[in-house]
Design a protein around this ligand. Sequence first.
Ligand code: RB5
Length: 147
Amino acid sequence: MKIVIGNDHSAVHMREVIAAYLRELGYEVEEIGTFSTESSHYPEWGEKVSMKVINKEADLGIAICGTGVGISIACNKVKGIRAVCCSEPYSAKLSRQHNNSNVLCFGARVVGEELAKMIVSEWLNAEFQGGRHQIRVDMIHDIEARQ
Ligand code: RB5
């Protein structure tokens, strides 16, 4: 499974930590930057991560900014993306099981490295449960289609 990971300037080190962790776990990882701590704009990185997922160049995406909030909002503007901003593992796991999230976001200024690893591992180990949850996910994309 291939994971694409991107971040703004506030999360350069966190991205390095998480990318190394994912490789340790055996995932293929593409890091798309930013690689610089110079101020940059989180929507750009959110869109890049999301487009890799939509274009099937990666199976899942991880997008990190200071809070995880801005980049998750940006990711969700890409049709077909279900991005979640999680600061703890329970929501991350359920976001896969119930919402079939395809991009995980979190804040490098909010969670520590060990908690971030736990969030990522719970998210990746969970599976979408389908059934009634599929109906609800379809309803989300119906909203998208009506815009
Ligand atoms: C950048 O300073 C900060 O606004 C950004 O990383 C993120 O937290 C936005 O939601």
